[in-house]
Design a protein around this ligand. Sequence first.
Ligand code: ADP
Length: 176
Amino acid sequence: MRSSITAIYPGSFDPITLGHLDIIERGCQLFGRVIVAVVTNPNKTPLFSVDQRVQQIKASTAHLANVHVDRFNGLTVEYAQSHDAKVLLRGLRVLSDFELELQMAHTNKTLSATTETVFLAASNEYSFLSSSVVKEIARFGGSVNHLVPASVAQEIYQCYSHDRAASTPTKHPGNL
Ligand code: ADP
């Protein structure tokens, strides 16, 4: 049975992958409401705007009744408190995630003692998957259909096909 607790799932989601979606779907089984919150992180230059990412997540989670998609900047715990959310939901893939995630969880605990971070282990098939991996494959023309929701794959291809078209050198008439 689902609890009545609201959980925030914060992240960059640039773009949402099937690994993120797996965490959201499993979170929805555990919590009364899952708010997927897109962080506006000035330290990263994203491929997609916040608006695009919010739309992508909304389209990918339309089948889930207890998901809400939002954006925020500032402290995650303050955002959580303002939405009466007691849980921060995060996914853990490999050991390298663990150090940073644990550090963030401890830091957030010092900021808000009543907010708990709950980690879900990545499903086996997605334990290697990240938004960066998806972008790297697509940049070089590889298929990402098995890694992201179908509508997102189309948007990624569009981004990189524009890039490729723009970087195609114009033939100098003298070369003809
Ligand atoms: P951030 O910039 O906050 O790391 P991400 O969008 O990269 O944002 O990730 C958001 C959360 O989703 C993080 O907790 C991350 O560990 C988790 N996550 C990312 N990819 C996967 C995946 N393939 N399986 C499970 N969890 C994942």
